[in-house]
Write a protein that binds this ligand. Structure first.
Ligand code: SF4
Length: 328
């Protein structure tokens, strides 16, 4: 594992990977905020994404609020900025290599914001006036500047961007998620890349950040039969790169861990027992008013079957591009 701040010179890539996007599921999903679609019935969790697994590890009650109750959450400017920056970095590679410049990327911010706002008009509430919005866009520009300091997109041809991956483990547990970028070298080595708009974790705290990446590595290993050579997190908030080369024992360990998480989720569902686990993340939790740790009372649980048969969950369960607390 390494954490670097130097500019990277990536290997060129040219081998395509088949995308596994599930269009039907994409139409079925709740928003990234976890808001329940109008008229949708509450559903049990039937599969795991990195975000939901992390939710359960952080706080079982938060998992319940998001997955079972599907309570709406307020949009945050940091997470929305992360979404817009991700969109620009995804579309940047639609351009001819010579046009992938910081200036060109900067011109893509406003259209991406306008597109997102058209899809989710509630995001207009993030800003009191145009000046606040422009300052926010400027901060997004700074993140793009940090990206260009870390790697040169003119030298890259990603095999995949925003790749939906999904697999069923032998245990029957279905894993699913979205990979920001997949690079494949001429020799076939796969690099999994994820952009984070927050800061890199402090030394000794990388394991939590790598959980999501090992999750993807496990799914890709199951889908392709080969372990990705490199997991790479680009932290645009601090201009650092976290790299990790996974091996088979890593991925078997993460598979066992995911199985244990799933068992715990199934038990909590069966017992209807979702306990709060207060931490510093509570400062960013939208559900304090309903949380016993803050004197609240959760709503009545909907009647749901025990989730033993993996089925589809919301399609857009992307890990947040900005982890609450990254500012600290
Ligand atoms: S306020 Fe804290 S303990 Fe309560 S649900 Fe949210 S994250 Fe969990």
């Amino acid at each position: 594992m390494s954490l670097e701040t130097t500019t990277e010179t990536p290997a060129p890539v040219d081998v395509a990977v088949t995308a596994g996007a599930d269009v039907a599921l994409a139409a079925d999903g709740a928003g990234s905020s976890g808001a329940r679609p109008s008229g949708a019935e509450p559903r049990p969790a039937m599969s795991l994404s990195p975000s939901r697994a992390a939710d359960f590890l952080n706080c079982p009650l938060l998992y319940r609020f998001r997955v079972i109750d599907r309570l709406p959450e307020r949009p945050s400017s940091a997470a929305t900025r992360g979404t817009v920056v991700h969109s620009v970095l995804e579309r940047l590679f639609d351009l001819p290599a010579a046009e992938r410049t910081p200036e060109r990327a900067g011109t893509m911010l406003r259209p991406e914001w306008d597109r997102l706002l058209a899809e989710e008009p509630v995001l207009a509430e993030l800003f009191t006036d145009d000046a606040a919005r422009d300052a926010w866009l400027h901060s997004a520009q700074d993140l793009l500047g940090a990206y260009f300091a870390l790697e040169d997109p003119q030298r890259l041809e990603p095999a995949e961007r925003e790749l939906f991956v999904e697999c069923d483990l032998e245990s029957g547990l279905r894993l699913r998620g979205y990979v920001d970028r997949l690079d494949v070298a001429p020799g076939g080595e796969v690099r999994v890349v994820d952009y984070k708009t927050g800061r890199a974790p402090r030394e000794g705290y990388e394991a939590k950040a790598l959980f999501q990446m090992k999750f993807y590595a496990l799914v890709l290993w199951r889908l392709r039969g080969e372990i990705p050579r490199m997991l790479q997190l680009l932290y645009l908030g601090s201009g650092e790169v976290l790299r990790y080369e996974p091996d088979e024992s890593d991925l078997r360990a993460i598979e066992r861990k995911l199985g244990a998480i799933w068992d715990a989720i199934s038990r909590a569902t069966e017992r209807r027992d979702w306990r709060p686990s207060p931490s510093k993340l509570c400062d960013w939790c939208d559900h304090q008013a309903l949380c016993p740790a803050f004197g609240g009372t959760p709503p009545e649980l909907p009647v749901l079957p025990v989730p033993t048969v993996p089925q589809a969950l919301a399609a857009d369960e992307r890990p947040s591009p900005h982890t609450p607390g990254d500012e600290l």
